[in-house]
Design a protein around this ligand. Sequence first.
Ligand code: NDP
Length: 307
Amino acid sequence: MTDRTTRVAFLGLGAMGLPMAEHVLAAGFPLTVWNRTAAKADGLVAAGAARAATPREAAAGADVVLLCLPTQDEVRDVLTRDDGVLAGIAAGKIVVDTSTIDPTASQQLIALCAARGIPMIEAPLSGGTVGAKNGTLTMMIGGAATVLEGVRPVLESMAKNIFHVGGPGMGQTLKLCNQMIAGAQTIALAEAYAVLHAAGVDAKLATDVFAVSTANCVAIQQRVPVPGVLPNAPATNGWQPGFATEWMAKDLFLSQQFARSLDIPVAQNAANLQCFEQSIQAGYRKLDQSVFGKVLIDRIDEHKHHA
Ligand code: NDP
């Protein structure tokens, strides 16, 4: 299963899944795709992928089934529904879940697949939509190393850095911890740039300074929440494309629950989650997570307007 004859099914063609599936096809793997909203597969079908009407149909002829869906609820549904993956997949064929989901739920789903004779690994992603487009994602693999080796060439068509981090749930745990750190950066930037805005310091100048100071981080390089400061930042591109606020809130909620199950207090994470929830209340659920900076800056401007 290590040559380009490995038949791949890709289910979930969203902001991440679509560019990932494009890389699988471009690498020469025979590809079948399924998406809830069928039209999103049109471009891939025009480029040579086969279209399946159901997850079962997609899985039926596949050696590897890749999933990229929002949460454990959708992953469980697409695997177990009547026309789902498990109804179609042959024994011994492999499921790879690239979604970010609850670690305990992921363990349960991997056990459920194992009981049906289906090896499954989790492969949550980092690198965002830009990493997905460029095929430079990081994958944090939880599950059997032997299963990873069976699918490595397929994963390498999408990812630059593939880490086997441990057994089932370990990949998801690492990903949630990554989100705790990434989310903290986003909220720290939002608050700092709101202060700069209110005090009248130029945001571009501040960013140049931060880039060579101790504030430097991935968010300073990629996600300054002021339009026009970074040409490729979501703020400069209508808060698109990016990592939706609703998915960051999901990830920090899962982090919160998981930390609580381990008796770890994560007070900053709880505060950060509340900030992302404020963005959702403001109507920005689908916009990039950095839009919380706009929420704060808009409030300052409103106060000025009413003063
Ligand atoms: P999107 O919202 O862009 O895409 C979600 C996908 O899931 C779509 O294909 C959607 O189908 C499908 N879907 C949603 N609900 C259902 C359902 N009930 N049944 C079947 N399919 C469903 O999300 P992303 O691609 O941004 O994120 C996907 C996963 O990757 C999430 O777990 C996210 O946390 C993670 N991730 C995202 C990153 C990013 O930068 N965007 C970075 C790293 C990880 P439809 O087209 O019909 O809506």
